[in-house]
Every structure is written in C-alpha cells, then in structure tokens.
Design a protein around this ligand. Structure first.
Ligand code: ADP
Ligand code: ASP
Ligand code: MG
Length: 408
C-alpha cells in the first residue's frame, strides 16, 4: 500500500462543484488501495479577500492577529471537502495545522516548519481514514497560530510527505505542469515533462509561483518525489527530480518574473567597515529578506548601497532605515516601488558562455533598461521597470526559443 500526499490549490476548490470533483479524485485514489492525505488551500481568492479586509482597518496589523485572520480560509475548505468525501461514503477527517501538530517558529506570516508531530496523522490513517489537512498554517510551541507565507500550502504538503515518508507528493493546480514561463503571460510557453530540484527551486524563488520555494527546498533535502499536475484534466504533469535523473540537459529551462519586489537606495553612506553589516543585520533581525544588493564605487569617502526586498516588507523597512539615519550617517533614502525582476534559469548555463549576453541582448532589442544584475551558476536576474516586465519575459522567452523546448 502506498501513501500519497496530494495538495489542492485555491482554484481547485474554488466552489462546491470543484470541491465535489476533488473529493471524487481523492476517493478514487483511496479505493485503488492507497492511503491518502490531502492538503488544501483556501477556496478561490479567499486569502486575498481576507488581506483586503485588513487594509480597510489598518496598514500596521499586529502580526499575531494577521495570522489568526488569514489562516481561517483553509478551515472552511478542509471541512467542506471532508463533508464532500463523507457524502461519497468514505471515512474521512479534516484537521487544522495545530490539530496535526505542525510546529513552526515564531516568525508570523513567513513561519518555518520545525517539526510535524505525526502521531495524529498516523492514528487517523491507521483507522482507514482519508485525512484532509489545512495548508498554509502551523502553530508555535506557545500555541500561537502562524502562516507559512503566501502560497505556503505546497510547503505543508511536502513537509507532511516528508514526516510520513510518503511515496509521492502531488501538487494539483490550475495548470497541467511547470512551464518554461508563466503560461498566462506567454501563451506559447512549453510544458516541461521534468525539471531538476535546483532549477525548480530557482524558478520558484524568482517568482514562478506554481510552487512555493520552501516546498521545493524540503523536497530536495529529503528526496521527496514531487509532481505538479492539473486538477481539471488527467495528464502526466511535470516531475521534479535529481539532475542526474533528467533525460535532457537544457541550457535555459525557464524564465521567471517577480513583480512584488521594491528597490531602496541609501545614498552617501560613510565608506568604512561595519556599515553594510549594521544595515543588513538589523533588517535580518526584523525577518526582512534582502534579495539583490549592489554597492557602488567609493567617491569622497562615501558609498551608495542599493538593494531589493519584498514589497510587503517595505513600510517596516522604510521606517527602520529612517530611524537609523543618524547612526548610519547616510545622506538620503530613496526608493522605487515600480520595479520587476526577470530571470532566466538553467542547469546547463554554467558550461555555456554567452547566456547572460543573450538575455541582455533580448532586453536591449526591446529597449528595456537594466537597473541591477545578479547571477549564480544557474540563473541570471535583471531588475527592470515593472511596466515593461511582460514585454521583457516574452522577448527573453523567444530569444532562447523556449516555445520549441518540447521539440529538442
Ligand atoms: P494554486 O492556487 O493551485 O496554488 P497558484 O496560482 O499558486 O495555484 O499557481 C499556479 C499558477 O502559477 C498558474 O496559474 C500560473 O499562472 C502560475 N505560474 C507562474 N509561473 C509558472 C510556470 N513556470 N509554470 C506554470 N505555472 C506558472
Ligand atoms: N491560501 C494561501 C494563499 O492564498 C495559501 C496557499 O494558497 O497556498 O496564499
Ligand atoms: Mg500556489
């Protein structure tokens, strides 16, 4: 008997008809002789609506209360799905993150799972039940509700699969796999039958929100078999594997775009040891993830440092840096809220010179200006104007012939 963990995203459970369809899919898997745990997101745009409600009350919500609120969507969907499965005559139970024992750290809104106490899950499975788990949420050791970051139900699924040593973790969503770029932006994007953990981790971290980055990180670390599939059609999907298991080694596998970063610059910082450490240690202490960083050449004993962060962290970071103006002795803080980061990812990049140049050429041909660049062995990212992001993604996708990837 195999243990399968499935995850259904918001669009897959957006209304009662879809919930019934998901219930049928789960029951079919169970009746084929498998143990099934299904992790579920909130229905449709529920979480977005909850976030909007907050904005009507305050732009500085207490972090604990924010998580109390935005975790509620999943409690609705798990219970409805359990009722649907019950209607189909199968034994089922729905559980919240805290009932399962998904223990996280205290970092509200981007908490990390520390441990899953799997005795409750094992008990319910041993009693022959299908178990439905609320995604996206956990609980601290002090019994406070936390959430794992937007899109975090994928991570719940992979973490549950890891804790119970599941045979397979399937992520069911509104696309039938991982594409060379977001198929909503580029109609001609190609579906990838397989991709390495490393490339998928980069794509997800760089904005391909088909998978939550942390879910890929955990799957890679614990070697969990992971697949992305459509919850609407029956087709093979995309398998995420070790690079050695791939049939083809593609130079560039995909283009990702992140439209939720903002750029800040500290101008006229004193050019002496310890200044960058002071800035970034303080931000790290507040749980702010800093992404791209550049420091320009020293002039007259001062430097400028420019960096990008997630837009959700903007208000807090701005306030913090303004408070630190005297101690950091910088001249001015400026920011740009209208930036986007476009990136290419590919494991074969490191052995193929000229890949970055080709990306820059695609942007130049569209007259897109590059503000910042960062690279690693398997990715190149450029910060550009947000209004030009879709045009840039299309141009880069075409430049690398990614619409023909299936033909290679
Ligand atoms: P769910 O609610 O099921 O978790 P998401 O909206 O989080 O679904 O993720 C699926 C969406 O991810 C797709 O509808 C698609 O627009 C987007 N997406 C972005 N990049 C990619 C990509 N490279 N391949 C497939 N989908 C992508
Ligand atoms: N419902 C949460 C969100 O919208 C978690 C998820 O969908 O994975 O971000
Ligand atoms: Mg998602």
């Amino acid at each position: 008997m195999s243990l399968i963990v499935q995850k259904y995203g918001g669009s897959s459970v957006a209304n009662p008809e879809r919930i019934m369809r998901v219930a049928q899919r789960i029951v079919k898997r169970k009746q084929a002789g498998n143990d099934v745990i299904a992790v579920v997101s909130a229905m449709g745009d529920t979480t977005d609506e909850l976030v909007k409600l907050v904005a009507d009350i305050t732009n500085k919500p207490p972090k604990r209360e924010y998580d109390m609120l935005i975790s509620t969507g999943e409690q609705v969907s798990v219970s409805l799905l359990a009722m649907a499965i019950n209607e189909l005559g199968e034994d089922v139970i729905s559980l919240t993150g805290s009932q399962v024992g998904i223990i996280t750290n205290e970092l509200h809104s981007k908490a990390k799972i520390l441990e899953i106490k799997n005795n409750r899950l094992e008990k319910e499975l041993n009693e022959g039940k299908i178990v439905i788990v609320a995604g996206f949420q956990g609980v601290t050791i002090n019994n406070e509700i936390t959430t794992l970051g937007r899109g975090g139900s994928d991570t719940t699924a992979v973490a549950v699969a890891t804790a119970l040593k599941a045979d397979l973790c399937e992520i069911y969503t509104d696309v039938d796999g991982v594409y060379t770029t977001d198929p909503r932006v580029v109609k001609k994007a190609s579906k990838l039958p397989e991709i390495s953990y490393e490339e998928m981790l980069e794509l997800a971290s760089l904005g391909a929100n088909v998978l939550h980055p942390r879910s890929v990180e955990i799957a890679k670390e614990y070697n969990i078999k992971l697949a992305v599939k459509s919850s609407f059609y029956c087709c093979p999907g995309t398998y995420i594997k070790e690079v050695e298991e791939l049939e083809n080694n593609i130079v560039v596998s995909g283009v990702a775009c992140n439209k939720s970063e903002v750029k800040l610059s500290l101008l006229g910082l004193p050019d002496r040891p310890g200044i960058a450490s002071k800035v970034f240690n303080r931000l790290a202490g507040e749980g702010v993830n800093v992404d791209m960083i550049i420091q320009n050449v020293n002039y007259d004993g001062v430097n400028d440092i420019t960096f990008t962060i997630d837009e959700d962290d903007f208000n807090g970071t701005k306030e913090l840096l303004e408070e630190m103006k005297e101690s950091l002795e910088y001249r001015e803080l400026i920011y740009d809220l209208e930036v986007a980061k476009v990136s290419i990812v590919g494991a074969g990049m490191v052995t193929n010179p000229g890949v970055a140049a080709k990306m820059f050429e695609a942007l130049a041909q569209e007259e897109v200006n590059i503000g910042m660049i960062s690279t690693s062995e398997i990715k190149v990212s450029c910060l550009i104007n947000r209004s030009e992001a879709d045009k840039a993604v299309k141009a880069i996708h075409a430049k690398f012939n990614l619409d023909k990837i299936g033909e290679r």
